[in-house]
Design a protein around this ligand. Structure first.
Ligand code: PFF
Length: 444
């Protein structure tokens, strides 16, 4: 049944920028550079693009077809097309959203703290690693985490058009401008050439490793907000006219573009400032230690660049967090008949509490990141591709609306049936191994 009271986006651009806002976030500017560094630089970049196009795009289109077709939040949407037996997959989406936002908001809190530090104290005079230790875990982190969650809740309470769309329309163009501006600045630093070389010249050995393949796929899902119903939920607020394949391509390429531009910023900056040795040291704190370390050597300019850099990270984190909270909120509105205000508040406060362990311990944070980001998202995407590939009656009929009939649509479905699940099973195998190694490493 069509629900006439369901909210809708105000414009096509509003939807696209909100979806780009969900995709572009800490995943592009914090996770992408360090995963790239860890996985052999340019080789990873190539593989990552392949994964975005080969697996990311088909899954995004799958989420859009289920979301717009049903006009429901994830649990109801899956039941709509597949019967009640598919509700648990919707439940997994909601759970993944809860978990990701719980630690994502902690890191977002750090970005707020660092933006403020650039503005009022500067990065001089304090050892960068000591500063990170102080900001990253403990009462400081808890306070900023809670503040960030309050902001996210306030925007989601505002609703689709007045809250989420309005935030995206102002923040996303701003984010693109800052990143491009910083890229141009980085290019003027002497010694940045080596950074570009590291980032842009693939070493073929690394391309062949299954670990790198798994990392590229995991990063693609995380970065494109796939495998947990965020894109599904956003597309449920669409009218029928949009061309879904075209929107998917726009969103995926914008997301890749920002990740690529973030790399063009981080690598030259680190090489120009003599931090190349730290490039391969990938920990959750890498960016928060080495980059401010670099800013101290730049004097006054370091504060301006630092403010813009961490400000951009914060803006990206905010528009992504909104989408994470919206998945949980819309599920509570549809499933429990709550008002938007009550749903966003209860979900947001619950998530803020759930995030407290991550705000006190970096180990807890890394573990939830690994579990939710590399395991739950992959399982979610795997099940969704099986759902749309095998269970849904005619997903192509939905995609055709607004896009006409295109010859490759049947191929898309075959992809979801065979290629995507096969690849994802492989990825899951390596992710589970990594997760196990991490858990035993922490216990031992
Ligand atoms: N795509 C976001 C990023 O790259 O930072 C993170 C994210 C948002 C993941 C929303 C999943 C999601 F549903």
């Amino acid at each position: 049944m069509e629900d006439a009271s369901r909210e809708q986006w105000g414009s096509r651009l509003g939807f696209i920028l909100a979806a780009v806002g969900s995709a572009v976030g800490l995943g592009n500017m914090w996770r992408f550079p360090y995963v790239t560094a860890e996985s052999g630089g340019a080789a990873f970049l190539v593989l990552y693009l392949v994964m975005v196009l080969l697996v990311g795009l088909p899954i995004m289109l799958a989420e859009f077809s289920v979301g717009r077709g049903s006009k429901k939040s994830p649990i109801q949407a899956l039941a709509h097309y597949g019967g009640p037996g598919w509700k648990p997959l919707g439940g997994l989406f909601v759970l993944t959203g809860l978990l990701i936002l719980s630690y994502y908001a902690v890191i977002a809190g750090w970005t707020m703290r660092y933006t403020l530090a650039a503005l009022v104290e500067g990065f001089q005079g304090v050892d960068a690693a000591a500063r990170f230790d102080r900001f990253a875990a403990g009462l400081d982190a808890v306070g900023w985490h809670l503040g960030f969650m309050a902001l996210t809740i306030a925007i989601v309470v505002g609703g689709i058009k007045k809250g989420i769309e309005r935030a995206a329309l102002t923040l996303i163009p701003l984010l693109f401008l800052i990143v491009i501006g910083l890229d141009i600045y980085a290019a003027t630093l002497s010694g940045s050439g080596e950074g570009y070389a590291y980032y842009l010249q693939p070493s073929l050995d690394a391309l062949m490793s299954p670990d790198v393949l798994a990392a590229a796929a995991g990063q693609a899902f995380f970065s494109l907000s796939l495998g947990m119903g965020a894109m599904l939920t956003y597309s449920s607020y669409l009218s029928k006219e949009e061309n879904l394949p075209q929107e998917s391509l726009t969103i995926a390429l914008s997301d890749f573009g920002i990740a690529f531009l973030a790399g063009l910023l981080v690598f030259p900056l680190m090489f120009a400032l003599g931090l190349s040795g730290e490039v391969g040291e990938s920990t959750v704190g890498a960016l928060f230690i080495s980059i401010p370390g670099a800013f101290t050597t730049m004097g006054g300019a370091g504060r301006v660049v630092g403010f813009l850099f961490f400000g951009a990270l914060f803006v990206g984190a905010l528009t992504s967090s909104i989408s994470l909270l919206e998945v949980v909120t819309s599920s509570a509105i549809d499933g429990l008949d709550w008002t938007r205000k009550k749903a966003a508040l209860v979900a947001g406060v619950g998530i803020a509490i759930l995030g407290l362990p991550a705000a006190f311990s970096l180990d807890a944070l890394s573990l939830v990141d690994q579990l939710a980001g590399n395991v739950f998202l992959v399982v979610g995407a795997l099940m969704l591709s099986i759902f749309v590939g095998w269970t849904m009656d005619d997903p192509i009929a939905e995609v055709r609306k607004g896009a006409g009939d295109v010859g490759w649509f049947p191929l898309w479905r075959q992809f979801l049936r065979w290629v995507v699940p096969a690849l994802l099973l492989l990825v899951l195998y390596y992710s589970l191994q990594d997760t196990w190694a991490m858990i035993t490493g922490m216990i031992g």
